[in-house]
Design a protein around this ligand. Sequence first.
Ligand code: F6P
Length: 323
Amino acid sequence: MNKIGVYTSGGDAPGMNACLRAVVRTAIFNGLEVKGIKRGYEGMISNDIIDLDRQSVANIIQRGGTFLKTARSQTFMTKEGRKIAYDNIKKHGIDALVCVGGNGSYTGAKIFFEEYGVPCIGLPGTIDNDLFGTDFTIGYDTAINTALDAIDKIRDTAHSHERVFIVEVMGRNSGFIALDVAIAGGAEGALIPEDQGDWDKVLNHFNNPKRRKKSFSIIVVAEGDEQGGALILEKKLTSMYPDLKIRSTILGHVQRGGSPSARDRILASRLGSEAITALLTGQKSVTVGIVSDEVVYTPFEQAIKGKKSVSESLINLAEILSI
Ligand code: F6P
């Protein structure tokens, strides 16, 4: 192996730049050449592939987003698209790949290895923290801190106007962001897809005369919750409790941006470097994660199918602390 290609794919996440920096510098440290593939699989297909050296990744560790840019590619999901991508990879003399992204990006890498035998190491990059094979994903820590900062601000208005605020956070089909942010933000409720009983807990909160004495509340809802998003819940709760002043806020893409936290930079640097170690030691089609502070390799198949569970004890804690 002489030359590797690296790309970011799927939704951007704070820390992706720190990760790219670690991949590039560790590769060069070990005598490898590095190519950067722009816009993930899209760049593989459109041949948007550039040379990277140690200077190309200077002054990016503190920046959000990804300097290689990112995309969700439909064309790569077709056989024809992957054939063009393979031809381009070969043209550039790329022997192996490092992919930073989520489940969709992992799926692309797995199929590509099966079809063309191009080794690929997957690194978990998503704010959602929903990837199997790692305790935390790159971007998650920054995203929860961004959401928390917003909730602290909303709390000021909730308190001053004696209102109920429903705050919708991202997370796709998972409730990691919502649950952590609810606990850290002192919310009265967390609605997450993983907890089927959470709606009743929220209603108990509103129906209990003692709790009703509280002049304001914050309810955090995960965008993928089965009850619906913040706007739907605002309508539903307003019709059920017309005497309450209920407002909703959707935090949206603000959670994806910003300078990565120290935790995310360290995680990203560690994982980026470990991806090169994995390739140098003969790994061909795995993700690299960190579980209980140990580096763990998980075959793509398992990482894609595996379901990471939210902690039951955190669900209980959120309930206990919301009395
Ligand atoms: O996977 C990251 C994420 O931000 C999810 O939380 C969210 O559901 C989705 O991406 C939004 O995607 P897009 O930026 O394409 O609208």
